[in-house]
Design a protein around this ligand. Structure first.
Ligand code: URP
Ligand code: ZN
Ligand code: ZN
Length: 457
């Protein structure tokens, strides 16, 4: 029976922080207290360090076939980067093709995920709707514990669905008490703007952002919320970027609707000047929704939403493409594969620019990065907290170290970092996954296939 004792750290949960020791046995937290005396196989002195629950990234796309390419981190390299950055669990999206069976897509993702070195769950995307899809929603929920589904109001003509299908999906989710997530952008309006811009010869990466203005995210967010109200279902809005979208969320919550919001570090920290970079470097930031202008006040608004708990979760939307892959859109921004890397940087960025600046509390940091994703996606209290009986997924964070993010040193399998040059306060010194030290002082100790599938019934 392997055991580990973490001594003298500052234990942080979503509710409080306090000095103490954590004793883990066989991958589970067995005791928490002051001055524990258990004799363990391994003891780590965490004096001066924060002892956090393992991070949960509820929004990743490993090895995703998308827009003519495949995202460049697979389940092994992506979860390895996550462990290096203090993330011990991911929830990745199964994306069936239109017309493809959900079961068939589940089998494909299961095979890809077999090499994960951190624990993982799946959300199921619904890219089309029929009686078969409805039956298969029940089947993947019953047989594989998939209790969250994602729909796209964007990507019309590809993986997006229409409003009548959205209503049916929400009704079907109600039958199994599942949570629907939505990518909210007005797909048809985006398409019209894309065609107009390209027709005018405006093909550079910066026009990607111009084709997806914040108000089209606001409209789609409001529409999704309206359809959730119609069907009396809860809703989770992924990767929120815009003031207009947040206003729709605030209004709905004030009126008593159950709506949750997620944002990502890139939307909190970057602005659309990134698209002005020369030599096609702006392509590295092409993602949907795009990075917003500072002038709109979106970033500050998102920080307030995170601080006051109106935005529950910070995820990454980790979906990297190399510069070579991005070059597919050199002649036309519409062909640049959408997405960027972030799984390794999330915890440190939110600590540095959230906690260390005083924008959010330590507890809110843990809540948004670890506890809320576990609660909303039904892994709590197995995951997302430090409690007796929980999985021993633990991160030691030394707030006194300093670092700088760079593609030269990150573990993401991609040649650009959208956070290149960002200064970091603190560092993950140890990542412990189910009681095993997987990362210590910059050195990884990972095993392909050691990640476990987490059903979320
Ligand atoms: O640009 C993005 N976000 N790529 C990944 C797919 C998605 O929409 O989440
Ligand atoms: Zn999306
Ligand atoms: Zn995504």
């Amino acid at each position: 029976m392997a055991s580990l004792l973490i001594k003298n750290g500052e234990i942080v949960t979503a509710d409080r922080h306090f000095k103490g020791d954590v004793y883990c046995e066989d991958g589970i937290i067995a005791a928490i207290g002051a001055d524990l005396q258990q004799v363990a196989d391994q003891t780590i002195d965490a004096a001066g360090q924060l002892v956090l629950p393992g991070g949960i990234d509820a929004h990743t796309h490993m090895e995703l076939p998308f827009m003519g390419g495949v995202s460049s981190d697979d389940f092994f390299t992506g979860t390895r980067a996550g462990l290096a950055g203090g993330t011990t669990t991911i929830v990745d999206f199964i994306v069936p093709n239109k017309g493809q069976s959900l079961i068939e897509a589940y089998e494909l993702w299961k095979a890809k995920a077999a090499k994960a070195c951190a624990d993982y769950g799946f959300h199921m995307c619904l890219t089309w709707y029929s009686d078969q899809v409805k039956e298969e929603m029940h089947a993947v929920w019953r047989e594989h514990g998939i209790s969250s589904f994602k729909i796209f109001l964007a990507y019309t003509g590809a993986i997006g669905i229409d409003d009548d299908e959205v209503i049916k999906v929400l009704e079907a989710a109600g039958e199994i008490d599942a949570l629907i997530s939505v990518h909210a952008e007005h797909g048809l309006a985006v398409q019209a703007l894309q065609n107009k811009l390209v027709g005018e010869g405006k093909t550079a990466p910066k026009y990607h952002a111009q084709s997806r203005p914040s108000w089209l995210e606001g409209e789609a967010t409001h529409r999704a919320i309206t359809l959730a109200k119609l069907t009396q279902q809860p809703l989770y809005i992924v990767h929120m970027t815009a003031k207009e979208a947040l206003d729709a969320l605030y209004r709905a919550r004030a009126e008593g609707q159950v709506v949750y919001g997620e944002t990502c570090p890139q939307y909190l920290l970057l602005d659309d000047s990134v698209y002005e970079k020369p030599d096609f470097e702006g392509a590295a930031y092409v993602m949907s929704p795009p990075i917003r202008p500072r002038a709109g006040g979106h970033q500050d608004y998102l920080w307030s939403g995170l601080a006051n708990g109106q935005i529950q979760v910070v995820a990454t939307d980790h979906c990297p493409f190399t510069m070579e892959q991005k070059r597919a859109g050199e002649e036309n921004f519409m062909k640049i594969p959408n997405g960027a890397a972030g799984i390794e940087n999330r915890m440190a960025l939110i600590y540095t620019y959230g906690v260390a600046t005083g924008r959010i509390t330590l507890e809110r940091f843990v809540d948004a990065c670890c506890t809320q994703p576990a609660k909303l996606f039904r892994m709590y209290p197995q995951k997302g907290t430090i409690a007796v009986g929980s999985d021993a997924d633990i991160v030691l964070y030394d707030p006194n170290q300093r670092g700088v993010i760079s593609a030269e040193t990150h573990h993401h399998r991609v040649d650009r970092s959208i956070f290149e040059g960002f200064e970091i306060k603190g560092a993950v010194t140890h990542t412990i996954a189910r009681g095993v030290v997987r990362f210590a002082h910059g050195t990884l100790n990972v095993e392909e296939g050691s990640g476990r599938y987490i059903p979320r019934p």
